[in-house]
Design a protein around this ligand. Sequence first.
Ligand code: HEM
Length: 125
Amino acid sequence: MNYYFPIKHLHVTAVTLSIILFVIRAYWSVTGSALLQHRLVRILPHVVDTVLLTCGVILAAMIGPEQPWILTKIVLLIAYIGVGTYAIKRGRTPRTRLIAALCAVAIFAYIVGVALSKSPASWFA
Ligand code: HEM
């Protein structure tokens, strides 16, 4: 039995949920909403991102991880998460958090381009 496509489907579902949850949290962070402290909002994104990464790693292992576009995705995923923490909590002012949020969304869009083109050049391939 080959689980490749169900896992890929789960990966892409987690990818979609991840960016939706990120944009909602970034909006609440920039506007200073107390909703950001809600328990569900604090836990769910980590569950989704763990599923995203785990499925990505399993898929990569199945097709051979030593491909430039997969390494690019891993590096940029770390950047997305790192910049994302500035958008959600580490940025001191709303303006810093907004700029960080826009950068994180741009990195995310670049990663989607890498996934679709299977090239580190992403949308520019
Ligand atoms: C924010 C991070 C990520 C985003 C936005 C993302 C997005 C996507 C998308 C949209 C696809 C479907 C591509 C298609 O249908 O042709 C995909 C597939 C895939 N992703 Fe990711 N991904 C991310 C992280 C990762 C990571 C970290 C890895 C590896 C460790 C990974 C490995 C893969 C693999 C192996 C596939 C299957 C390619 C295929 O069979 O066509 N992804 N990803």
